[in-house]
Design a protein around this ligand. Structure first.
Ligand SMILES: NC(=O)c1ccc[n+]([C@@H]2O[C@H](COP(=O)([O-])OP(=O)(O)OC[C@H]3O[C@@H](n4cnc5c(N)ncnc54)[C@H](O)[C@@H]3O)[C@@H](O)[C@H]2O)c1
Length: 398
C-alpha cells in the first residue's frame, strides 16, 4: 500500500457542507435571469472514465483497474443513477488514502467446485472484484448452464445491475447482490441492522430489448439522500428515520441519522417485505461467503476497520432449459408495456428508465452533472493531482 500524507485526506462524507455548496463554475454554468442554474455543458462518457481512472491511478491503482472502476461508475451516471457514479469517487479515494482499501490487490479463487466458486477479494477495489467474479460466473454458466460465485473481503462495488448486464451481454440471465454497511432499520427497530443490500436480475429479449431490475432493498439508496442534500431538497416521507427515530422529510437530518426504512416503509405498508428481501441478500452474500454480515459490518462513516463485504454473482443460460425464452420474454415485455395506463404516463418495465437516461445522454453528447457535483470534481482533481474533467457544449437542450 502506498503511504499517503494525512493532510491529503479529505472527508467529504462527513462534510454535508461540500454536498450543499452551490458555488457556480463560471465556464460551465450560465445563470438565468431568474437566478436558476442552466446547465449547458456535458461531460463525454469517455472523459468521465478518464477522470475517474486518473484519480484511482494517482492513488496507486493500475490503469487497467482504474478503467474498470471508471467504466462502472460512468455507467451508473449514464443510466441516471447519479448517487452511485461520480458521487462515490471521494468515498473510494478516502478509503484508499486511509488504508481501508488496497488499490493494487487482486481477487483470488479460494474454492472452486464445478458451477460454484468462492473468491477472496483481498480487500481490493470493489468493481475489480465484481467484474472478476461475474466473468467467472459467466464462464461457468457457459460450461454447466449455471454459474454462481460469492466473494468475501470485498468493497463497495457500485451499481449492482452492471454485473447482471455483463451476463445479459453474453446471452445469459445475470443476477448479483451485495451486502453493505448497516443502514436499514428492520421492521419494528429504530436502529440499523442490515444494509441497503441491492440486488439485480436481468435477461435480454429480442432486438436488444431487456428486463433489468436493479434495486436497493431499502426504500431508497442512501445516495439519493446525498443527492437531495446537493440539491437542497427535502425527501419524501417513508424513506428514512431522523435523529429522533421517527420518519423524517428533512434530508440533512436523515443523512445525519443514516437509518433508512426497508422497501415498503412502515409495517402497515408491508415494509417487512423489503426487510425480508434485504435479509435474503444477506444470506446469499455474507452468510454464504463468510464475509462480515448484518450489524457486524463496519459503519459506513467509520474508518476503523476494513469493509469485508460479501457479494454474490450468478449467470444462467436460458437455452439450457430449451429454446424460446427470449421470444417469450419479448412477448411478455410487450404485453406489459401495452397495458392501459392509469394516468398520462406509459407502463414501463424495469430497465426502461435507465435506457431512457442513456438515450438522452447519447443525444446530448455526454452526461449532465449537477453544478455541485462538478464543483466536487474540481476539488477532488486538486486533492489527488488529477487533470480536471473537460466539459463540452451539450448537443441538444431538451
Ligand atoms: N453498492 C451498493 O452499496 C448499493 C447500495 C444501494 C443501491 N445501489 C445501487 O443504486 C442504484 C439505485 O437503486 P434504487 O433502489 O434507488 O433504484 P430505483 O428505485 O431508481 O430503481 C429500481 C428499479 O425499478 C425500475 N423502475 C423504476 N421506475 C419504474 C417504473 N415506473 N416501472 C417499472 N420499473 C421501474 C428501475 O428500472 C430499476 O430496475 C441501483 O443501481 C443499485 O444497485 C448500490
Amino acid at each position: 500500500m502506498m503511504a499517503v500524507h494525512k493532510s491529503l485526506v479529505t472527508s467529504p462524507w462527513n462534510a454535508s457542507k461540500l454536498l450543499r455548496n452551490p458555488s457556480s463554475i463560471s465556464c460551465v454554468i450560465a445563470r438565468t435571469k431568474s437566478g436558476e442554474y442552466k446547465e449547458q455543458m456535458v461531460v463525454p462518457k469517455e472523459e468521465v472514465v478518464r477522470f475517474i481512472c486518473e484519480c484511482m491511478c494517482k492513488l496507486g491503482a493500475t490503469v487497467e483497474d482504474g478503467r474498470v472502476v471508471g467504466h462502472q461508475l460512468m455507467i451508473a451516471d449514464y443510466s441516471g443513477h447519479f448517487s452511485h457514479g461520480m458521487n462515490r469517487v471521494p468515498m473510494y479515494v478516502e478509503d484508499i488514502k486511509t488504508g481501508m482499501t488496497d488499490p493494487v490487490a487482486k481477487p483470488q479463487i479460494r474454492n472452486d467446485f464445478q458451477a460454484i466458486a468462492l473468491v477472496d477479494g483481498n480487500n481490493g477495489l470493489g468493481q475489480v472484484i465484481g467484474k472478476y467474479c461475474m466473468k467467472l460466473a459467466i464462464e461457468k454458466a457457459k460450461k454447466f448452464g449455471i454459474g454462481m460465485v460469492t466473494a468475501h473481503c470485498s468493497n463497495h462495488y457500485g451499481i449492482s445491475g452492471y454485473y447482471a448486464r455483463m451476463a445479459i451481454e453474453e446471452g445469459l440471465i445475470g443476477f448479483s447482490c451485495t451486502n453493505t454497511s448497516p443502514l436499514m432499520a428492520p421492521t419494528r427497530s429504530k436502529s440499523a441492522g442490515l444494509g441497503t443490500n441491492p440486488l439485480s436480475l436481468g435477461m435480454g429479449a429480442l432486438c436488444g430489448d431487456q428486463f433489468l431490475l436493479d434495486m436497493a432493498t431499502t426504500a431508497v439508496a442512501l445516495g439519493k439522500i446525498e443527492i437531495a442534500i446537493r440539491k437542497n431538497e427535502p425527501i419524501p416521507e417513508g424513506w428514512a428515520l431522523g435523529t429522533d427515530g421517527k420518519v423524517t422529510t428533512n434530508s440533512e437530518d436523515a443523512y445525519k441519522a443514516s437509518v433508512l426504512m426497508p422497501l415498503g416503509g412502515e409495517e402497515h405498508n408491508s415494509g417487512y417485505k423489503g426487510y425480508g428481501l434485504g435479509l435474503m441478500v444477506e444470506v446469499l452474500c455474507g452468510v454464504l461467503s463468510g464475509s462480515q454480515f448484518g450489524p457486524n459490518i463496519r459503519n459506513w462513516k467509520s474508518k476503523d476497520k476494513i469493509a469485508d463485504l460479501g457479494q454474490c454473482f450468478m449467470a444462467i443460460d436460458p437455452d439450457a432449459f430449451g429454446p424460446g425464452s427470449q421470444e417469450r420474454l419479448s412477448e411478455l415485455l410487450k404485453q406489459l408495456r401495452n397495458l392501459p395506463p392509469a394516468g398520462d404516463k406509459l407502463v414501463l418495465v424495469p430497465g426502461d428508465p435507465e435506457r431512457f437516461a442513456m438515450e438522452r445522454v447519447d443525444r446530448e453528447g455526454g452526461i449532465t452533472y449537477h453544478p455541485n457535483q462538478l464543483q466536487a470534481c474540481e476539488e477532488l482533481a486538486k486533492s489527488v493531482g488529477a487533470k480536471p474533467m473537460e466539459l463540452v457544449r451539450k448537443k441538444t437542450v431538451n
